[in-house]
Design a protein around this ligand. Structure first.
Ligand code: PEP
Length: 256
């Protein structure tokens, strides 16, 4: 059975290494007894090395991007191999905040393949910026999934995690709206169908599909029970160790 997963995206927070350690240690301590839930925290690069030294078998480390090149002339970039070597296991790729800065499906595709080659689990973010009445957003997400996974071998595809994050529901979006578990469930089903078309129903059913967009300790259970997802990607609420631990505990207490 697929293990449920709760992932924290700290984005460009917090301001100091001391605060980062405090949040991470607090979560690690509170979830030391969990058994059924995989927990990943993705802090900014600068905190990774120090956080990797905190002893915990329950909280794994992820990053918020990973470049496709190996060592070489790529000013400002960090490679999958470098990240793997400091203990990172997961890489958020194609987040809408990076797409907004011009990142394309083609670039994300290169990053997905390089991350897999470096031993990282890609957390591929997809999602429409707006919903329209003619349902074109399904086409947008389909193109993102197909182009970002283009050429990824069947034997690697089942390792990829896909996070559906409708931009209009993110906590950072001005005039945001709440997405419902039904919105998440419809899109999770649709993404699985797209995956099935590019691989096989077996592989598609092994891929974990997550929901992300202002998830908090009050609505997370609904997303698990009625949202048809295998996990959640949590931004704002993940910076509060109490709220994030509550989200993890709710996930841990689910029947299956
Ligand atoms: C995100 O941007 O990845 C995210 C999940 O953010 P939030 O939960 O703050 O909407």
């Amino acid at each position: 059975m697929k293990k449920k997963i709760v992932i924290a995206n700290w984005k460009m927070n917090p301001a100091t290494s001391m605060e980062a350690n405090k949040i991470f240690e607090s979560v690690a301590k509170s979830v030391s007894r969990i058994k059924k839930t995989e927990v990943v925290i993705c802090p900014p690069y600068i905190f990774l090395d120090k956080l990797s030294k905190i002893r915990t078998s329950k909280v794994k480390l992820g990053c918020q991007d990973a470049f496709w090149g190996d060592v070489g002339p790529y000013t400002g970039e960090v490679s999958g191999e470098m990240l793997y070597n400091v203990g990172v296991g997961y890489a958020i790729l194609g987040h809408s905040e990076r797409r907004a800065q011009g990142e394309t499906n083609d670039q994300i595709n290169k990053k997905v393949k390089a991350a897999i080659a470096s031993g990282l689990v890609p957390i591929l973010c997809v999602g429409e910026r707006e919903r329209d009445e003619s349902h074109k957003y399904f086409e947008t997400v389909k193109t993102q999934v197909r182009e970002c996974l283009n050429g990824v071998s069947r034997s690697s595809l089942y390792k990829v995690i896909i996070a559906y994050e409708p931009v209009w529901a993110l906590s950072s979006t001005v005039n945001r709206r709440d997405a419902t578990p039904v919105d998440a469930s419809e899109m999770a089903m649709f993404i699985r169908k797209v995956l099935s078309d590019i691989t096989s129903p077996d592989i598609a059913s092994d891929v974990r599909i997550l929901y992300g967009g202002s998830v908090n300790e009050r609505d997370v259970e609904e997303f698990f029970v009625n949202g048809g997802v295998d996990g959640v990607l949590v931004g704002k609420a993940s910076l509060d160790p109490k709220k994030f631990t509550e989200i993890i505990n709710i996930c841990e207490a689910l029947k299956n």
